[in-house]
Design a protein around this ligand. Structure first.
Ligand SMILES: Cc1cc2nc3c(=O)[nH]c(=O)nc-3n(C[C@H](O)[C@H](O)[C@H](O)COP(=O)(O)OP(=O)(O)OC[C@H]3O[C@@H](n4cnc5c(N)ncnc54)[C@H](O)[C@@H]3O)c2cc1C
Length: 391
């Protein structure tokens, strides 16, 4: 006999957890079903950057709405999400300086604390960072990073306190439908009846969507991350940086490590989301060392602490797929393309409103993220676009 629940969320990554929390806040008692354990997918490997700088207004709006939840986490969700304010710098190659100016203006219109600064300001803010005199950067004084596993655990624990359920170690193997609408799911253990089913299965989301006959334009993206121990005597922190000029990002981790990863050389394809993530691509550490020491010369004396890989689902325009698709009351919450952590709080809030009210009136409009944009030939592109982040 099937267990009856208000909604099924497939996948307990940060997106499934955020949605469970926001549905529970609206009085629903959803069940999150996870094949392994919470955070076992992209979320548990995420670098956790929390910044608002995007070249697409919808992303910036979601990141800004999320930021306030990260910042005020203890009062809103309870407990800790590990939010650490470091300040954030965005560098782009000179060909994109006009786009940087335009995007900072767009962020300021949204109310995001962001400003354009020059080389001298960068040197004052972060004495260790090497810039030439022509450099300009976007600076977000409030941004930083958070702990993705703690964020997910926090959402799940608050959701459970409001009546949500978490089932771990059970994979959804079928989504059931009747008369064109979803009726529940079957797992490798049990069956559940629910009027709403949400696919938040990360890099596996295409497999779940196929259970209702939907084909998603989704591939697997693999991304390597290194932790470098800063040399003795170097500053105990530095800003979080996205450096498109060096195709790299980095942030402090604790007091003596720097997390660093590259925007190029990330494998994208139809390989298995189950691949091991303990190892990185050949030559990765050498490429990291090369670029990091150009921007942070003090790291020439740094030592490699550790490195790992991670995988996320990626779409052709490197933007998420969110909203209803396929049978009635089936929703997609996937395709986060390597940048989905920082927007998860607001996506959960917006999707919960869409599910409960049928539209976004008090939350960020999710319509631009609909699956149909690909068939319509209307991919998401910024008005003042940079190069695609993953290349
Ligand atoms: C190395 C790395 C670094 C990143 N850095 C950043 C960053 O700095 N900032 C940022 O914003 N984003 C970053 N991202 C992206 C971000 O982490 C992801 O977009 C986000 O975590 C995706 O969350 P999710 O819940 O959609 O997917 P996931 O975390 O992958 O969760 C999906 C879950 O679904 C489960 N599942 C799959 N199939 C089934 C099934 N049939 N039944 C039940 N459960 C199932 C999986 O086990 C998994 O736990 C990074 C990603 C990686 C990999």
């Amino acid at each position: 006999m099937a267990t009856t629940t208000d909604a099924i969320i497939i996948g307990a990554g940060v997106h499934g957890a955020s949605l469970a929390y926001h549905l529970a806040r609206r009085g629903m008692r959803p069940t999150v079903i996870e094949r392994a354990s919470f955070g076992a997918g992209a979320t548990g490997r995420s670098s956790g950057l929390v910044r608002m700088h995007y070249d697409v207004e919808g992303d910036a709006a979601l990141a800004w709405a999320s930021f306030r939840i990260f910042r005020d986490w203890p009062e809103i969700v309870g407990g800790e999400c590990g939010f650490t304010r470091t300040g954030f710098l965005k560098f782009v190659p000179p060909a994109f300086h006009d786009a940087l100016r335009a995007n900072v203006a767009m962020h300021q219109r949204l109310g995001i604390p962001s400003l354009l600064i020059g080389a001298d300001d960068v040197r004052r803010l972060a004495p260790g960072i090497a810039v030439d005199d022509a450099t300009i950067a976007a600076f977000e004084p409030e941004s930083g990073y958070a702990d993705p596993t703690a964020t997910t655990a926090g959402f799940l624990s608050a959701a459970r306190a409001m009546g949500a359920h978490l089932v771990q170690g059970h994979a959804v193997t079928a989504v059931t439908t009747k008369g064109g609408r979803v009726t529940g799911v079957r797992t490798n253990g049990d069956a559940y009846a629910a009027p709403i089913v949400v696919d938040a299965a990360g890099a596996w989301a295409g497999q779940v969507a196929a259970m209702v006959g939907l084909e998603l334009p989704l591939q697997v993206w693999r991304h390597d991350v290194a932790y470098i121990r800063r040399p003795a005597g170097s500053p105990t922190t530095h800003p979080t940086v996205i450096d498109d000029a060096e195709a790299m990002y980095f942030r402090p981790e604790g007091h003596d490590l720097t997390l660093v990863a590259l925007e190029d050389g990330n494998e994208i394809g139809d390989f298995s989301p189950e691949r091991e993530t303990a190892t990185t691509a050949p030559g990765f550490s050498e490429r990291v060392a090369d670029r990091l020491t150009r921007r942070l010369p003090m790291m020439a004396d740094g030592t490699l602490h550790s490195a790992h890989s991670g995988q996320d689902g990626i779409t052709p325009d490197q933007h998420a797929i969110i909203g209803p698709a396929g049978p009635d009351s089936f929703y997609l919450d996937c395709g986060y393309s390597g940048t989905g952590f920082k927007i998860a709080p607001a996506v959960g809030e917006s999707l919960a409103e869409l599910i409960c009210e049928g539209r976004n009136t008090t939350t960020v409009d999710l319509a631009p993220f609909r699956l149909a944009r690909f068939a319509e030939g209307r991919p998401i592109v910024g008005e003042h676009a940079y190069e695609a982040i993953w290349r």
